[in-house]
Design a protein around this ligand. Sequence first.
Ligand code: AMP
Ligand code: MG
Length: 438
Amino acid sequence: MPNQVFPFAEALATVLTHAASLPRPATEQVPLDEATNRILATPIVAPRDQPPFDRSTRDGFAIRAADIATPLKVIGQLRAGETWQHPPLAANQAIEIMTGAPVPTGADAVIMVEHTSLTGDTLHIDPSRTLRSGDNIVPRGAEARTGNTVLPTGRSLQAAEIAVAASCGCSTIAVFQQPTVAILATGDELVELGSTPLAAALKGRGFSPAIHTPPEEGASAPEGTALNEAEIYNSNSYALASLVRSTGGLPTRLPIARDNRADLDARLASAMDHDLLLLSGGVSMGKFDLVEEALAARGAEFFFTGAAIQPGKPIVFGKLPATETHEGPYFFGLPGNPVSTQVCFHLFVAPLLRALAGGSHLAPTFVEARLEHDIPSGPKVLRFLPAELTGTHESVTTRLVGWQGSGDLSANARGNCYCVLPIGQDLKAGDPVRVLLR
Ligand code: AMP
Ligand code: MG
């Protein structure tokens, strides 16, 4: 078995190199309403000039800017959705206009209603105001000309992108087919939510199988009471499925694999027809950590077998060989500790998954914030600790959430990001630090 623990930057670069080499997936058409988190497969081009007319950006009066100092005669009104059907506006005239209405020919500016007063149909403009030609008007085509690309291929479709598509009249949209992701949690201690007993795997190991009863319909009962105290619920598969979905993949949660080769081998065999395989647990140095061995037995190529980070050091990245029917899937063996699993997802899995989904922005996103407190004695290894990012329009700050280590799921959920602690650096309150967004 190879033993290649890479520095963080090298591990990420390795993932990104593989990600960049992936072909774009096939495309399909989906209703715009169902396109969130999907990746755009063909550029959206403006079907007409945007805006399609010289658009007033204010409620006010369309006038000639040069006329600002003279009383003006109001000759009509234009609401959003209407066009001026009369002769062009002439000198010393004004047309009342609403935000979003097309500015009539002859006018070259809009004075805000707040800066005017009316006596009958005579308009007076506050003499302290100035107005230049073009003020409060977005000219036709200023945002996009007919045929311009307004959204390029490879963008993840979120509210902003969906709004652009809607503004171009796309009720359906071309997206890439989603990569299929098999999620395989491993561990003798794991219990499936709502399941009946652990059974066979634990017998003969000094465990007494717990009595599990399915929860009553509609009850949010603490199922935990049914667990043997050494058992834990399989939370990683759910966390990973959620992360896969929001990253544009199509997750399948496989049944838990127990810590023996026969079970692992059988589960692995059932995952070969996916584009990506995410394993959780079983990649550390324990006696029953058999994941790498089982992958190696299937002819896996390993690109790295660890990253010099904490949490997440035992992460494994590689690819399985193709079978007669399928291209071999990429795989990540993620450390089972739930916070490690999630940190590794954001750092390494998400970039590859975004590429498999056809996305063009791949790398994880880091931002800078000011630390709210001292963090003495810099770590010996690069750390990504659960933290809370808060801010105002003036400053963005972050603080670590107290945690009990990489199994502490509730600390992880109290945070909203991961604070990067560089090797060997003592940090003081007010220092700038990097934060990994999730
Ligand atoms: P492992 O990586 O298998 O040595 O597991 C490390 C720790 O993570 C152990 O405390 C496991 O019980 C826990 N763990 C492993 N898999 C899961 C899972 N699917 N859900 C929740 N916790 C897990
Ligand atoms: Mg385990």
